[in-house]
Design a protein around this ligand. Structure first.
Ligand SMILES: [Zn+2]
Length: 58
């Protein structure tokens, strides 16, 4: 098992963890007015780029 030779300081720990934040996902508005993830079928109306891809709407 690998064992660390020297303890990382609080400063170095903070530097490492400065990249650990979670980014907020981008949101676009669908033509139906509901918020939606980009490049994804709208969960509310089942459409993407004007075409319907939901099985329930057929
Ligand atoms: Zn929609």
């Amino acid at each position: 098992m690998a064992v660390q030779q020297n303890k990382k300081s609080k400063s170095k720990k903070g530097m490492r963890r400065s990249h650990h934040h979670v980014s907020i996902p981008a949101v676009v508005l669908c033509s139906c007015g509901n918020p939606n993830l980009p490049h994804a079928v709208c969960p509310a109306c089942g459409k993407y780029r004007g075409r319907s891809y939901s099985n329930a709407a057929e």
